[in-house]
Write a protein of this length. Structure first.
Length: 143
């Protein structure tokens, strides 16, 4: 498993938009979303497992957004959220589930465990996911 950090292109207004910890066991999706966020001015830390992402968070990494899949081997997104909460990791980060699970009970469980948003991959193209994260961050910064 490898961790990839992609350097952002300058945001249109020259400002850095923020940092994203992206966690998904699908390398293709991880690379695609990583590229989309990087192109939109974000610094992206990409992890192929929740355990790898926890290791990065435990080392002191403080992302603005943690974007994660719910269905992953070893440690699923729910256990990942619980570990983040239990260990008080990245307390200011927005936690956004990016998943193909559209079950209402899973959405409720993710929200209960601290997810601020729940995005079904199949319902949005990658640029819409980036726009949604932009909106959530803007709301979070003004709150």
């Amino acid at each position: 498993m490898t961790t990839e950090t992609t350097q952002p292109q300058p945001a249109p207004n020259g400002a850095k938009k923020g940092t994203i910890l992206l966690t998904d066991d699908d390398k293709f999706l991880l690379d695609m979303y990583g590229m989309k966020f990087t192109q939109n001015g974000y610094t992206v830390e990409a992890c192929l497992s929740a355990n790898e992402a926890l290791g990065i968070l435990r080392s002191g990494f403080q992302p603005d957004v943690i974007l994660f899949d719910l269905t992953m081997p070893e440690l699923d997104g729910f256990s990942f959220l619980k570990a983040i909460a239990d260990e008080h990791l990245a307390p200011k980060a927005l936690k956004i589930a990016l998943t193909n699970q559209s079950n209402e009970s899973e959405k409720a469980k993710a929200t209960e465990l601290g997810a601020t948003r729940y995005i079904v991959k199949a319902s949005m193209i990658p640029s819409e996911v980036v726009n949604t994260v932009n909106e959530e961050l803007a709301k979070h910064k003004t709150a």
